[in-house]
Design a protein around this ligand. Structure first.
Ligand SMILES: *[C@@H]1O[C@H](CO)[C@@H](O)[C@H](O)[C@H]1NC(C)=O
Ligand SMILES: *[C@@H]1O[C@H](CO)[C@@H](O)[C@H](O)[C@H]1NC(C)=O
Ligand SMILES: *[C@@H]1O[C@H](CO)[C@@H](O)[C@H](O)[C@H]1NC(C)=O
Ligand SMILES: *[C@@H]1O[C@H](CO)[C@@H](O)[C@H](O)[C@H]1NC(C)=O
Ligand SMILES: *[C@@H]1O[C@H](CO)[C@@H](O)[C@H](O)[C@H]1NC(C)=O
Ligand SMILES: *[C@@H]1O[C@H](CO)[C@@H](O)[C@H](O)[C@H]1NC(C)=O
Length: 184
């Protein structure tokens, strides 16, 4: 068989078979994914035992995660766009599942007792514009991957237990307007 024909057959297979699979795998998250991510966060909060999310972030009532306290969904996609849990006295860690909130624009967990490292999976959330984790107890290195968010406007990691140098990649952040790192 002619090489050109073989090439066309190969290209057709690529287009009909492989191309749709890659497209589908990229769009296969939905509000259920967001719900699992939030429930993972809920279960990684260990104290206080009766924290505000215990009876609110539940799937027993027929409400959407968009009605959960601290959760705001986008008007267009109806996916979780903002997570605002400031001043709630929550003690726990950030699970990798939070990185599945692919429509998240704002993460505000300021003034709680979150500790450990900021899960690297958060780097998957390319829409993030506001990260406010000040007044917690995160430790380890200030993440290099803070430099990956193309739209990041506001980054506040003040009053934690981070160590190490300021990541060089922060220089890539073209939209950054607020950067606070004091008291680490
Ligand atoms: C979300 O996607 C999963 C498969 O990835 C599917 O089983 C589920 O029904 C979907 N949920 C909604 C609310 O569309
Ligand atoms: C959770 O809190 C929100 C906001 O305060 C409230 O509107 C909603 O009814 C609560 N849901 C439950 C199940 O308590
Ligand atoms: C979400 O993230 C976790 C950990 O990063 C992963 O194990 C899980 O399969 C992801 N996807 C969904 C749909 O929950
Ligand atoms: C986070 O929430 C606190 C308390 O409501 C507020 O003062 C702060 O401005 C918020 N941060 C961002 C980036 O919206
Ligand atoms: C913060 O974490 C450090 C260890 O990383 C611990 O020694 C310290 O007690 C913690 N502080 C608070 C306020 O939880
Ligand atoms: C942040 O930490 C500094 C130094 O430990 C402390 O003086 C300051 O009061 C803290 N800020 C807040 C708002 O607690």
């Amino acid at each position: 068989m002619d090489r050109t024909i073989l090439f066309h057959i190969f290209a057709a297979i690529l287009f009909l078979y492989i191309f749709p699979i890659t497209c589908l795998s990229k769009t296969s998250t939905n509000i259920t994914t967001d719900q699992s991510a939030l429930l993972a966060l809920k279960s990684s909060i260990t104290l206080p035992l009766d924290h505000i999310l215990v009876n609110n972030w539940t799937t027993t009532t027929p409400t959407s995660v968009c009605d959960w306290v601290g959760v705001t969904c986008g008007k267009l996609h109806r996916r979780v766009a903002a997570l605002d849990l400031p001043n709630m006295g929550l003690i726990g860690t950030i699970p990798p599942h939070l990185g599945n909130l692919s429509f998240l624009v704002r993460l505000n967990i300021t003034n709680n007792g979150f500790y450990g490292d900021l899960s690297e999976e958060l780097a998957n959330i390319r829409r993030l514009q506001y990260i406010d984790v000040k007044l917690n107890n995160f430790s380890g290195q200030i993440p290099q991957w803070f430099g990956v968010f193309p739209k990041l406007v506001h980054l506040n990691v003040a009053n934690n237990s981070f160590s190490s140098f300021v990541p060089r990649d922060l220089g890539n952040l073209q939209s950054l307007k607020v950067l606070k790192m004091q008291f680490n």
